[in-house]
Ligand binder design. Structure first.
Ligand SMILES: *Cc1c(COP(=O)(O)O)cnc(C)c1O
Length: 213
């Protein structure tokens, strides 16, 4: 772990947002060091890496799934995570619904939006499809859309990064207006390279990996 960077992140966050420690690429032992500091929310983006960590680490950890989720993996991922942050299609929502119905589990999800115009992740939903997807999910009793997840563009230009988060925050507020603040409560934005900008632009949860290890 990088204790100095952890303190910097905690200072930047203050009481504005939550910290999700992204443990992907890092060992069980490295992850456990953050658990021992009191962190309970961890993020992983691949099922193959998530499942062994769930097995090896304490059961009170809240795991967040961040990566693109294939429908045939839903059955294994849903039972062990407390949030799916990569909801990006109606088909995936329907699959989560059917698995959760069998388990009697309600699954908080974030819609992953594709906002970064260049140099960013290629995954995520186009913003024009956001409202139809959320409306569809309103009819699914086991899928609880709790907000949105966005990634900044992978560029040097800070203004371009800021514009992306501003756009995300506007969409988040728009969802709150439509569906209520009780329901829409998470704007997940900000990673190692851009968490400060994301926090200035209204992020309620930063997802930080490499900077902390
Ligand atoms: C890997 C990853 C992160 C963390 O990225 P870092 O740059 O290592 O902080 C955050 N969100 C998602 C969706 C990721 O895949």
């Amino acid at each position: 772990m990088n204790r100095e960077h952890y303190e910097i992140v905690k200072d930047a966050i203050g009481d504005k947002a939550e910290l999700l420690v992204v443990s992907k690429y890092h060992t069980v032992e490295e992850t456990k060091e953050y658990y021992d500091l009191g962190i309970r929310h961890f993020g992983e983006n691949r099922m193959q890496e998530l499942l062994p960590k769930v097995e090896a680490l304490p059961k009170d950890i809240k795991w967040h799934f961040l990566g693109h989720l294939q429908k045939d993996k839903v059955k294994k991922v849903v039972p062990v995570v407390s949030m799916i942050q990569s909801l990006d299609s109606i088909e995936l929502a329907d699959k989560i619904e059917s698995v959760c119905e069998r388990l009697g589990k309600r699954m908080p999800c974030l819609v992953e939006l594709h906002l970064a115009k260049d140099g960013g992740a290629k995954t995520g939903l186009d913003k024009k499809d956001l409202i139809p997807l959320v409306e569809h999910c309103m009819d699914l009793p086991h899928v609880d859309v709790a907000g949105i997840m966005v990634m900044g563009p992978n560029v040097e230009n800070k203004n371009q990064i800021r514009e992306t988060f501003k756009e995300g925050y506007k969409l988040f507020l728009d969802l709150q207006d439509r569906f209520g603040k009780d329901k829409i409560r998470v704007f997940s934005a900000g990673m190692s390279n851009d968490f400060r900008i994301a926090l200035e632009e209204g992020s309620t949860q930063v997802r930080i990996g490499s900077y902390l290890f």
